[in-house]
Design a protein around this ligand. Structure first.
Ligand code: AHR
Length: 657
């Protein structure tokens, strides 16, 4: 136990800070309310900030199929390298020919720079694979190396292997490489090592040790961080990338399934959206596609929530209607939605169900929810959503449909769309709020007054954006924790919530804040990550009324920056109180559990707190665990209510059995 947690324990045990008046939380254990939905506290995955290629998707080679508009982007070539376009994969036709350079001392080689480097760890195994054929009558040969370009001469080579390429038929070849050093900015180098030319396509390098060991797998540390949240939901494949800058570049799920070599490349709109964060090499390989998303959701115990285009290209970037699909031409888009449900749930005797089975998952994925449209607005949205809803309801009446309330949490677009979503009877409405501290401090009662008869709420993208260019600092996480007491208290209507965005590469981000930052070897959970994790892993099963002086604790006047909510977990028998103290003073809290059955009393208690000596601090690569939850045991009083001290600027979770 470190000094900070020792002091904290002392404060929690002592229960009282001299001169402080205790504020009493009354928790009615005999009046359990709404069920906390299993979907609560989920994840929103978008391929932004190199979250997929260069991030969660463990492929280490950029432009592995030479399909970028500049065919050799990401590659350095020397000697005789030519790009050809009659390769074995119809939707990725490009490949390279490596020919002898014409002189014994010259070399034909290709070097890939990876995503901000090719990073590998000493002693770990990597699988290099390539589709290849000899270009002539004789066999040919390549040498594959993992290198450290910062080192000199032979010491550059960290691992090496040769591959004999036999015959003129395209075949997949694989070798394992085990580097002798850990290098974060390495390279993959491929030499022609024979007098005969060869053709190479889909050069790929993965760690053998991926999440759950899948060959076309995910980076283990990043996927594990998702699993550790125990999320109830996974929304994918993104927000704006679903819409596309134009319709041609919208996310098309059908391109993201089937053999990985034949999934066509798509532009990633985040490569140029922000000119000050311009990444011309940011594309979507679709290697992480809808099958992999469904599989990940299943493996981390989350309900999948795919989002599809409603036929409106990004409305920020397209003011006129010419970039949108006319309502009477929507059928292919509607078919995409129906076919997706078949892909996820259909028997293996159906076309799309068979593809799922062929990809290794004959059992259905049990899809229950589908999002149609991301941040849409205006009459053009409901008039398109309606035919989707009719078709989905007719064929799959049990699938719940998530509609949009636009890009912000209030205003004209929002006020127009909510009644429209009610009229159309959307099951859930997706709300987005990227807002400053003030919003989060004042909105803990946001859902108290929502109409209980209409659609349920999905807080689909939200994050506190600090003033003064602060990102992912502790104070933002504290504001989120305070606000989330309102999500919890309104569990009857708020049935899904996902912080956004999820991942950001420290060298390749376009958007801040984000929940998990990473480089090629390491990953860092932010303070916001821990808030999400604390809510998710202590979400309970039913809400308990919690009041202070007869009112919910929403930070309102008189409550001076205090926020709280409570749940019971029917399975474990625990009462869980979450409290955020956003004020500058410690607060003494009396937790009074009313209505417990006669003879029952609290027997065990724990407190988990999240705080920071500096509210502007965040977790960084250099100091990844500066802010993290600290758990302590509570000493329970022999009689009477429990009193705890919640330090200033602290989020506390109290778990009592
Ligand atoms: O999360 C980043 C972007 O924010 C999403 O793509 C979009 O839905 C929102 O505007």
């Amino acid at each position: 136990m470190n000094l900070r947690s020792t002091l904290l324990t002392a404060a929690l045990l002592a229960g009282a800070v001299s001169g402080m008046n205790a504020e009493e939380f009354v928790i009615r254990t005999d009046k359990p309310g709404a069920t906390v939905q299993p979907t609560m506290y989920g994840l929103f995955f978008e391929d932004i900030n190199y979250a997929a290629d260069g991030g969660l998707y463990a492929e280490m080679i950029k432009n592995r199929s030479f399909e970028f508009p500049q065919s050799l982007m990401g590659w350095e070539s020397s000697g005789k390298v030519s790009v050809r376009d009659d390769g074995p994969f119809e939707r990725n036709p490009h490949y390279v020919r490596l020919s002898p350079p014409g002189h014994g001392h010259k070399r034909t080689a290709l070097t890939n720079e990876g995503f901000f480097g090719v990073a590998f760890r000493k002693g770990e195994e990597y699988r290099f694979s390539v589709w290849a054929r000899s270009a002539g009558d004789r066999p040919s040969k390549i040498r594959v190396e993992l290198t450290d370009p910062a080192a000199m001469g032979e010491t550059q080579v960290m691992a090496s292997a040769t591959i004999d390429i036999t015959g003129g038929e395209w075949k997949r070849y694989t070798v394992r490489l085990t580097p002798k050093e850990t290098i974060s900015k390495g390279r993959l180098r491929v030499f022609l090592d024979s007098k005969e030319a060869c053709d190479l396509e889909h050069l790929s390098l993965f760690p053998t040790d991926t999440w759950q060991g899948h060959e076309n797998g995910l980076r283990k540390d990043l996927a594990q961080k998702l699993a550790d949240i125990h999320p109830g939901l996974l929304r994918f494949p993104g927000g704006c990338i679903v819409e596309g800058t134009d319709l041609a570049t919208r996310y098309q799920w059908k391109n993201s399934v089937g053999p990985v070599e034949n999934r066509p490349l798509n532009e990633n709109r985040w490569h140029y959206t922000f000119p000050h964060r311009f990444f011309p090499d940011y594309y979507q390989s679709y290697g992480l596609g809808f099958f992999e998303y469904f599989q990940l959701a299943e493996e981390i115990g989350a309900e999948p929530l795919p989002v599809l285009s409603v036929g409106l290209a990004c409305q920020y970037q397209n003011k006129g209607m010419d970039a949108h699909v006319p309502v009477d031409s929507l059928q292919p888009y509607i078919d995409d939605a129906l076919d997706l449900i078949e892909f996820a749930n259909g028997p293996v005797t159906t076309g799309w169900g068979k593809l799922r089975a062929d990809m290794g998952h004959p059992e259905p994925f049990n899809l229950k929810f589908i999002g149609i449209g991301n941040e849409q607005w205006g009459p053009e949205y409901p008039e398109r959503l309606e035919p989707f809803m009719k078709a989905i309801r007719a064929k799959y009446p049990d699938i719940q449909i998530v509609g949009s309330s636009g890009p912000s949490a209030s205003g004209e677009k929002f006020d127009y769309l909510w009644p429209e979503m009610k009229r159309l009877k959307a099951d859930l409405v997706d709300e987005h709020y990227y807002c400053p501290e003030e919003f989060f401090l004042t909105q803990a009662d946001r859902y108290d007054s929502y109409d209980r008869k209409g659609p349920k709420v999905f807080a689909g993208e939200y994050a506190c954006h600090g003033k003064g260019k602060k990102y992912n600092h502790f104070n933002a996480a504290l504001m989120e924790a305070a606000f989330m007491t309102g999500l919890e208290r309104n569990a009857d209507i708020v049935q899904m919530a996902t912080y956004a965005p999820l991942f950001a590469h420290v060298e390749g981000w376009q958007w801040r804040p984000d929940m998990i930052w990473f480089d090629n070897l390491n990953s860092i959970p932010t303070a916001s990550y821990f808030v999400q994790q604390l809510y998710s892993t202590h979400k309970g099963t039913r809400v308990l009324p919690l009041t202070m002086e007869g009112k919910p604790v929403t930070g309102a006047d008189g409550q001076n920056g205090l926020y709280a909510s409570a749940v019971v977990d029917d399975a474990s028998g625990e009462y869980i109180v979450k409290a955020a103290n956003t004020s500058d003073s410690p607060r003494e809290l009396t937790l009074r559990f009313d209505g417990m059955k006669k003879g029952r009393k609290l027997t065990e208690g724990r407190a988990i707190t999240l705080s920071s000596d500096d509210p502007d601090a965040d977790n960084t690569l250099d100091n990844p665990t500066r802010i993290r939850p600290v758990e302590t045991t509570l000493t329970l009083p022999a009689t009477g209510p429990l009193t705890v001290t919640l330090p200033a600027k602290t989020f506390g979770v109290y778990i009592l059995k």
